[in-house]
Design a protein around this ligand. Structure first.
Ligand SMILES: [Zn+2]
Length: 139
């Protein structure tokens, strides 16, 4: 099943599922008795923020891994159409709500001496969220 966007109903269903996980997070943080009166709203927000970051990381990591696994073994170079093997580079992806480690697929065409990211139409939609490429000593 492939679809470019999810329906409003599906997104609402996912939000309700995450809200149920929020109840689990709250119980995990303070037990069944809940927070004491000495716990302020800012602390509660910190917990919700950590949960959101973890949810973002887990969701995007899973989806990107699944997408990478469905790449062809040797995507065609956009210039000369030569099949080029996929290799991977580890980097950090900044997304709405957090950062996550990304194992980014990359191809190199020895004939054109260029790198390309396969397949351009599949991964292009998320690329506007990517951080600009930085030197290795920046990690
Ligand atoms: Zn080429």
């Amino acid at each position: 099943m492939s679809q470019r966007t999810l329906s409003a109903e599906k997104l609402q269903e996912i939000r309700e599922l995450a809200a149920q996980w929020g109840r689990i997070v709250a119980r995990r943080a303070f037990g069944d008795a809940g927070p004491g009166l000495d716990i302020d709203f800012s602390t509660m927000e910190q917990i919700a923020s950590a949960a959101t970051a973890g949810l973002t990381e887990g969701t995007l990591s899973t989806l990107l891994d699944q997408q990478a696994q469905s790449l062809p073994e040797a995507p065609a170079c956009p210039d000369c159409q030569r099949p080029c093997p996929v290799s991977y580079e580890d980097r950090t992806l900044t997304a709405k709500g957090g950062q996550l480690p990304l194992r980014e697929p990359i191809c190199h065409c020895p004939d054109c001496r260029r790198d390309f990211f396969p397949p351009p139409d599949l991964l292009a939609s998320g690329r506007t969220q990517l951080q600009p490429r930085r030197g290795r000593d920046d990690r």
